[in-house]
Design a protein around this ligand. Sequence first.
Ligand code: PNS
Length: 162
Amino acid sequence: MRIAVCPGSFDPVTKGHLDIVTRASKLFDRVIVLVVINAAKTPSFSPEERVQMIREVIGGSLPNVEVDTFSGLLADYVRDVGAVAIVKGLRAVSDFEYEFQMALANKKLNPTSDTVFLTTASQNMYLSSSLVKQIAQFGGDISDFLPSQIVDRVASRLCKKE
Ligand code: PNS
């Protein structure tokens, strides 16, 4: 049983995340999408809401994927569940330095797992949760960026226009 963890803030989950999780589910026997609670960030959605949105989006379509939340060191979680890999999406060269640093630190903290980078699909190259949130705040159309199940919820939470 080869387990992988897909960690992130998922505030909210985007089509880019969904693409990476879907592809990871084909490479590994079991995939845990991990909503990591970062005390330094002020999220728009609670961890429970983020988990619920991911579960709603995945539905029954990916039977080997589950969703969890965690606060602490990713390397500890990965060791505790016996995962062999941390799966991350790489969008552009600008992601690389930060991701490379995290991959090395995670390897140092838990040598039994590796970080696997999947190249983002070209249509998602520029996509990020924070970009989607900015567009939503000003009433822009976010339907191309988010899974259809959560578009209305995200728009109504974030839109400041009356
Ligand atoms: O979606 P994000 O915000 O880019 O995800 C970043 C995340 C959650 C993967 C990263 O911040 C993380 O792993 N946090 C857990 C704390 C930790 O282990 N930090 C050291 C990483 S080397």
